[in-house]
Write a protein that binds this ligand. Structure first.
Ligand code: UD1
Length: 338
């Protein structure tokens, strides 16, 4: 089955391409390289032994997407391509709404035109905001987003649901990711942040590699075990495998208007300081870090209840936080040498 993977040269997209390929799907990458690098294709070749087809296309360009769907006969779409920098989205909201919603609408329209029925969407636990009760289930109410980026995820989920229920030929799943970390164990692919990383683990590994002076821990006065924020850190390979399970579920789904959402997390929360300690132990090194002020907009604590994904998607995590942080460090060492 041929699957269009938009954003397939990105961090989660590239790991998903590997898992699709090894599960017998035929991934085709559609990416405009806005926030990724074509070198990823070599890494994918080194892992899979196959040249994964790649199209440099911006998914907001309807005619280009249509021509692609004419050429390739897709059986499904996994849609990763989106802007994802929370701070930038606050400064430039229209850029985020135009790109993240525009590409989604183009893809759904073209899928309908070509009779492609299976759609998997990259959503985020950001749609829950700071929930009242933890862990969060899929029924935990979504809260108003704290950033335009987060809002594009919530609005996208609604667009997909409305579309599915109006067009019986479309089936879709939104996966709400918790915090993806780590890299492929081969160190052939991983996260490639452009500029100064916003996210914890790429910043931490750059600090460990000496590319940054010190890691700043944003706040230690939260209402958590050690005062630092709690997140559900999930190995990116485990997360990638959830997409394969989602496609398999859609393929076997006979109900015409099928739409569902799944939390994709480990079910376990760890504080930022616990993550730092695990990184140090797993890699046998000492990290230079200090405590700084809180980062505005950060949620205090969130972790997933992943029972629904375990039972309905038949998916569960296989890797530990230490595995993630060993793989993240192996990857960082490889890209530092380049
Ligand atoms: C954010 C977004 C999430 C998005 C994800 C991936 C929100 C509220 N969260 O998640 O939607 O999917 O990025 O792009 O919009 N930290 C430090 N020092 C650092 C960096 C981070 O202490 O240098 C801390 C943060 O305060 C936070 C934790 O590490 O407590 C994780 O931060 P980060 O990796 O940026 O992810 P989130 O903010 O959870």
């Amino acid at each position: 089955m041929k699957i269009a993977v938009t954003g397939g040269t990105g961090y989660i997209g590239s790991h998903t391409v590997v898992e699709l390929q090894s599960a017998g799907f035929e991934p085709v990458i559609v990416d405009n390289l806005y926030n990724s690098n074509q070198e990823v294709l070599q890494g994918l070749y080194n892992i899979t032994g196959r040249d994964i087809p790649f199209y440099n296309i911006d998914c907001t360009q309807e005619q280009a997407v249509r021509e692609l769907f004419e050429k390739e006969k897709f059986d499904g779409v996994i849609h990763f391509a989106a802007y994802k920098a929370v701070g930038e989205s606050v400064a430039e909201p229209l850029k985020y709404y135009e790109n993240n919603l525009g590409s989604l609408i183009v893809l759904l329209k073209v899928m309908q035109e070509f009779g492609v029925s299976n759609f998997v969407f990259s959503s985020s636990c950001t749609v829950y905001g700071q929930p009242d009760t933890l862990p969060v289930t899929e029924d935990t109410p979504r809260l108003p987003a704290t950033s335009p980026y987060g809002n594009t995820k919530a609005i996208s989920e609604d667009i997909i649901r409305d579309f599915v229920f109006s067009k019986p030929a479309i089936k879709a799943i939104s996966l709400r990711y918790f915090n993806p970390v780590g890299a492929h164990p081969s160190a052939e692919i991983g996260e490639l942040p452009l500029g100064v990383p916003n996210n914890l683990v790429p910043y931490l590994t750059q600090a460990a590699a000496g590319l940054r002076d010190t890691l700043v821990v944003f706040g230690d006065d939260y209402d958590t075990a050690d005062g630092t924020c709690v997140r559900d850190f999930i190995h990116v390979v485990d997360l990638a495998k959830a997409h394969v399970k989602a496609l398999e579920l859609l393929n076997g789904q006979s109900e015409p208007n099928y739409y569902d959402v799944f939390n994709v997390g480990t079910g376990q929360g760890n504080t930022v300081l616990e993550l730092i300690k695990t990184f140090e132990e797993a890699n046998n090194l000492k990290l230079n870090y200090h405590i700084g002020p809180r980062r505005p907009g950060d949620v205090e604590k969130i972790w997933a209840q992943s029972d629904k994904a375990n039972t309905v998607l038949k998916w569960k995590t296989e890797k530990t936080l230490a595995d993630s942080l060993r793989d993240a460090w192996r990857w960082q060492q490889k890209i530092t040498k380049k």
